[in-house]
Design a protein around this ligand. Structure first.
Ligand code: PAF
Length: 288
């Protein structure tokens, strides 16, 4: 596996990748590092499909002023080892100047898809994600790109960007990897104290209850009551909750009354101490 840090090196390495793997669809797995089993799952899927480029860049544009950019975990040698073990062909870990973020003239501004869920709580976040992912797409020229379902809103926004800007990239969303008790893996879980770690699983449990209520076709009034109960339940577990709700997958708007066959996702975000956690579950729409 080659590791490159400049655009010139990247372009040269991509030419070589093209030469050694002609007619194989190039795969991209963009990451911010601190790679865990969830990332390994993305890498495994990608590598099974073709020569894989992984990127590793902690994107300052997607962190708010009071968020954890400075303390976000960085461990290049660990991440390099993970990529090597998973069969990645090329790792692009750009020097910050290669991303040219201080010269930004253009903004990709998502619209409807960020009106709910994390959008209102993280102003500028999705614009920052779109800008950097668009630049990574331009630099690495993938045929296919892989993202985790845990950041489902991010996935939907990027999928819409690819669609609207007619980028010739096939997008993939890979199911969330969880701890044995259900907690979604996240690079931020390492911030949790043992007590917070014990409480963190309450978010998954709440989402699972909401999912089951929808799958059991609970009447909308009952569903509303259940949402309120789950809100209270998560507060008792110590969460400062931002949202827990049911959303329509195409528009990511809240759903008061699910229609049969409507693609739905239940999602939540909240803080435990200094750590912001998110999670979601897709509803099996065939079953409702
Ligand atoms: O999901 C992430 O790790 C980041 O948001 C991404 C897609 C690499 C963009 O910085």
């Amino acid at each position: 596996m080659e590791v490159v840090q400049t655009i010139d090196e990247l372009r040269e390495a991509l030419l070589e990748l093209q030469r050694t793997h002609p007619n194989h669809p190039r795969q991209l797995v963009p990451t911010m590092g601190a790679l865990h089993e969830g990332h390994r799952e993305l890498l495994k899927h990608a590598v099974a499909q073709g020569p894989t480029v992984a990127t590793l860049f902690v994107n300052p544009l997607q962190f708010g002023p009071n968020e954890d950019f400075d303390r976000y975990p960085r461990d290049l040698s660990h991440d390099q080892e993970v990529c090597q073990q998973e069969g990645v062909s090329l790792l692009f870990a750009p020097f910050p100047q290669e991303m040219a973020l201080d010269q930004q003239q253009f903004v990709i501004q998502p619209k409807g898809l960020i009106q709910h869920m994390c959008g209102p709580h993280r102003p500028g976040h999705f614009e920052g994600v779109c800008h950097v992912v668009m630049r990574l797409f331009s630099l690495t020229q993938p045929d296919e790109a892989w993202f985790g379902q845990k950041d489902f809103q991010q996935y939907r926004v990027l999928e819409a960007m690819v669609d609207e800007l007619a980028l010739p990239i096939r997008m993939h969303c890979v199911e969330t990897v969880r701890e044995a008790d259900g907690l979604a893996l996240s690079s931020r879980n390492r911030y949790l104290s043992p007590q917070e770690r014990g409480s963190a699983v309450a978010m998954f449990k709440a989402l699972d209850q909401l999912k089951q209520a929808i799958e059991a076709k609970e009447a909308s009034a009952l569903l509303q009551k259940r949402r309120n109960e789950l809100h209270a339940q998560l507060s008792v577990a110590g969460f400062r909750l931002e949202y827990v709700d049911v959303y329509d997958v195409p528009t990511l708007t809240p759903v008061l009354e699910p229609h049969p066959g409507q693609p739905l996702v239940v999602a939540a975000a909240g803080w435990l101490g200094q750590t912001r956690l998110i999670d979601n579950l897709l509803i099996d729409t065939e079953s409702i």
